[in-house]
Design a protein around this ligand. Structure first.
Ligand code: ADP
Ligand code: GN1
Ligand code: MG
Length: 374
């Protein structure tokens, strides 16, 4: 670790390096440096190259996105600008990353002090702040200029392709894991048909593209550890063209109940409408004025779509031998899958109530709100 850390422009001496966070994709370490004017902490990450096939394009996106966010934050005149966005530390040769002799891509960020990321939400205020932070991030990206961002993962939220990948994994059954989930595969097939139909009915299959975050899960936001204020959207590797349904849906999936993603406890799984009100109001407070009527109409379905997409991806990975998402115990992806499929059922049962909360947020924050209130 010392050798890798020494490739970045960091003053002082490395005191320790420990694995950090609960992300499923990269290898993330927290570094503590001593000996310069004062101790300082950094986040060192090895990019997952199985997931991100073109790390050069990814890093070029990331540098442009960080610079744009920085400019917007300065223009807004927000307090504490360096805690509101990711900041890369340059390599000794002035690059955004360092490539090790095995071809591993490493990058380093300033650690944003005095913050925390949550794996489950526990109050309406937390849901509001999380959603608002992702909303603010996307609203800032609406003024992004220059050549289009590279596509870092193709067809990232393409439900038909995700479902086809599951079917083919089940057919191949490379790890002999399909038999115990036969019944669940049938349930998934039925949900797939129903949700595709709902997508067509609500217009969620024909939404405009805009630059979105694409991975708005709750632990990809840093909240101020003291005040709870949402400060910074992180994990920017999938920021590219996408739809509002992906972002809002991921917020609903991860912040509409008190359970963590892999937890299937009956009470904690219940959809909590107070939390959902926080999500709807928080996201709309920033993005509401920019949304079209068609986008608003797609929002009530978005959470079910993202819970379903993640369920399909977790089960696919379980069947393929856990090659994509990091797991921490045996059958972890199977547990995640079961919890997410249950979430689809619970969210669909509440779709009308969710739509009412979104309508209220629309009346409060959309561009045509005066008309809607009448
Ligand atoms: P992954 O793609 O594996 O989820 P992330 O980029 O989300 O990787 O990082 C994993 C975790 O590390 C985050 O959930 C967050 O808790 C923490 N983290 C990442 N970058 C920073 C940072 N600059 N400051 C503070 N914490 C960070
Ligand atoms: C991954 O990187 P992380 O842990 O924030 C995944 C998301 C999934 C999520 C499920 C690049 O997010 O798409 O929804 O796990 N990221 C990528 O927890 O595939
Ligand atoms: Mg993450």
């Amino acid at each position: 670790m010392k050798e890798i850390a020494s490739q970045f422009e960091i003053p002082g001496r490395l005191a320790d390096a420990v694995p950090h966070g609960s992300g499923h994709i990269h290898d993330t370490y927290l570094l503590r440096f001593e000996g310069a004017q004062r101790p300082a902490r950094y986040v060192l990450q090895r990019i997952n190259r199985e997931v991100f096939r073109d790390p050069d394009a990814l890093m070029s996106n990331l540098a442009r996105i960080c610079a744009h966010q920085r400019r917007e934050i300065e223009r807004e005149g927000a307090a504490d600008p360096e805690r509101r966005q990711l900041q890369l530390v340059a390599s000794r040769s002035g690059e955004t990353h360092w490539i090790d002799p095995e071809g591993g891509y490493w990058r380093c960020f300033h650690f944003i002090e005095g913050t925390r990321s949550l794996d489950a939400v526990s109050s309406e205020q937390q849901a509001y702040e999380t959603a608002r932070t992702f909303g603010v991030f996307a609203a800032r990206m609406s003024s992004f200029e220059g050549p289009p961002l590279a596509v870092t993962i193709a067809s990232f939220h393409d439900l038909e392709q995700r479902y086809a990948a599951l079917e083919s994994a089940a057919r191949r059954d490379s790890h002999a894991r399909a038999r115990p989930v036969r019944g669940e595969l049938d349930r998934i097939a039925a949900w797939f048909d129903r949700l595709m139909d709902s997508m067509r009915r609500t217009g969620a299959d024909a939404l405009p593209l805009r630059i979105v975050h694409n991975d708005c899960k709750i632990n990809n936001v840093l909240l101020d550890a003291q005040t709870g204020e949402g400060l910074c959207a992180i994990d920017l590797d999938t920021v590219m063209d996408g739809t509002i349904a992906g972002d809002f849906g991921e917020l609903v999936r991860t912040s509409s109940c008190r359970a963590a993603e892999d937890e299937a406890g009956f009470d904690a799984m219940a959809i909590d409408l107070e939390l959902l009100r926080g999500v709807a109001r928080g996201y709309a407070s920033a993005m509401g004025p920019l949304l079209t009527a068609r986008e608003w109409s797609a929002l009530p379905l978005a959470g079910s779509l993202m819970a379903f997409e993640n369920a399909v991806r977790f089960l696919t990975d379980h069947l393929c031998g856990d090659v994509y998402f990091r797991i921490h115990r045996e059958a972890h992806n199977l547990d995640r899958f079961r919890a997410q499929l249950r979430r689809v059922e619970l969210l669909e049962a509440q779709r009308a109530a969710i739509a009412r909360l979104i309508d209220s947020a629309r009346a409060e924050f959309s561009a045509d709100r005066a008309e809607l209130r009448r």
